[in-house]
Design a protein around this ligand. Structure first.
Ligand SMILES: [Zn+2]
Length: 428
């Protein structure tokens, strides 16, 4: 069969299993679990891949799983990703009564998309006509939430990084992978159906403990005042940006009020530093650290700075986007496509996009803001079935090009070792 016929067959199979795929999406919606706790979710997905007779490897990073399908040869090696975790939003009418967890970021839709692609390519046995390997990766812990729990896991040596993709990169799950594809849900109104090639900024999380002048340690109250002086000077410097050389357009400092708690004789502040590139992020972070140190010196207090990697900016890959856009043909009309868009928010796929080409479109079919009590999937065909078809078609193109389409993709800025050294640099 030629690629056109393969694509028609894959889409027909996805249509045939439409109800089964949506049933999985709803089942996961009914048992929301947050990052590194996705045990039930992993089990549900494992059963689905068992139906396709794919072998699975469990608990690839505390939770999560990998199922592999082999075509002819070992290249290209492609990964289809689906994120497992829910968010916390007690106010959401469908949130879990005991935990407050809810799929208000639509990650359950992503799992349906991943399974849909698997049905389209495996149930049909199209895979045997394609080159290379497909890894279906159910990835834990995308959301940068429940940081105390994640700090605890880190102290126990169970993880090194908070983000599931960061952990999988470190554990070697992307070592042989040439490119990765996933799709996220988003409310883009009635007029549009898909955002292709969005990019996003990256961030670093910073915890600062301002410690008052220690000669005052007998007088805790005055020591606290001294620590507060240091914190106020630092916050003031950060908010005005004066004398810091920090570009206010690309960076923003968030102060987490909840963390601005007084410990005895000290003040704890949590902030996030933003940047559009890895280099800029690291550069701005160093400037912010210098500013904090200067501010504390001025009042003879001191600061303990604890930086944790957030997520890196999400990059676009033109060649990959072009293949994807071609495959929207016949499914989504051109006027319903948004191209090159900067998204607010952060994604750990950003980290992956720094080391391999990543395709990360956003599909409609949902209403309300991500992570809020208004978020709801309203159209499962738009949110799950359509993306599964477009991605299955895209995969067929990439894995059936004997000339190797991979060569046409722009290369990634960093390799794994360089990437991990950035994380180390931030953590130290
Ligand atoms: Zn999300």
């Amino acid at each position: 069969m030629n690629t056109k016929e393969l694509k028609i067959e894959a889409c027909a199979k996805i249509d045939e299993y439409r109800d089964d795929i949506i049933k999985v999406v709803k089942k996961i919606y009914d048992s929301p679990e947050t990052g590194y706790k996705e045990k039930k979710t992993t089990e549900i997905i494992k059963k689905e891949f068992a139906k396709l007779k794919l072998e699975t490897q469990d608990n690839i990073s505390i939770t999560g799983l990998k199922a592999q399908a082999k075509g002819k040869g070992s290249k290209p090696h492609l990964a289809i990703l689906g994120e497992l975790d829910a968010v916390n939003c007690k106010e959401h009418p469908d949130s879990d009564n005991s935990t407050g967890a809810i799929h208000a970021c639509g990650h359950n839709n992503q799992i349906g998309i991943m399974i849909g692609v698997a049905y389209g390519l495996i149930k049909t046995n199209i895979i045997s006509e394609l080159d290379g390997i497909i890894d279906f990766l159910a990835v834990p812990a995308e959301e940068y939430i429940e940081l105390k729990y994640k700090e605890h896991l880190r102290e126990q040596g169970k993880i090194k990084y908070f983000g599931g993709k960061q952990e999988l990169i470190r554990r070697g799950y992307f070592d042989d992978v040439d490119l990765a594809i996933m799709a996220h849900s988003i409310d883009i109104g009635e007029m549009k159906d898909v955002i292709v090639g969005p990019n996003s900024q990256g961030f670093i999380r910073k915890k600062v403990k301002f410690i008052g002048y220690e000669n005052l340690s007998e007088k805790i109250f005055e020591q606290e005042i001294n620590a507060l002086d240091a914190a106020v000077l630092a916050i003031n410097g950060l908010s005005t940006g004066s004398g810091t050389n920090i570009d206010k357009n690309n960076t923003r400092i968030y102060i987490n009020n909840e963390e601005l708690l007084k410990a005895s004789g000290s003040i704890i502040m949590e902030t996030y530093v933003k940047g559009s590139t890895v280099k800029e992020l690291i550069n701005v972070n160093q400037k912010v650290n210098r500013l904090i140190k200067e501010a504390t010196k001025n009042v003879e207090a001191r600061a303990e700075i604890n930086d944790t990697p957030g997520y890196f900016p999400l990059l676009n890959y033109e060649g990959l986007m072009d293949i994807f856009v071609d495959n929207l043909d016949g499914i989504i009309s051109k006027e319903k496509v948004i191209k090159n868009f900067t998204l607010q928010g952060f994604f750990d796929s950003g980290d992956l996009s720094q080391i391999i080409p990543v395709l990360h479109p956003f599909f409609s079919g949902v209403k309300g803001s991500l992570h809020s009590d208004t978020f709801k999937t309203t159209d499962y065909d738009k949110a799950v079935i359509t993306p599964a078809k477009v991605i299955a078609k895209t995969v067929i193109d990439i894995l059936s090009d004997r000339e190797n389409k991979l060569k046409k993709f722009n290369s990634s800025p960093y390799n794994k070792e360089e990437y991990l050294s950035f994380l180390e640099k931030i953590s130290s």
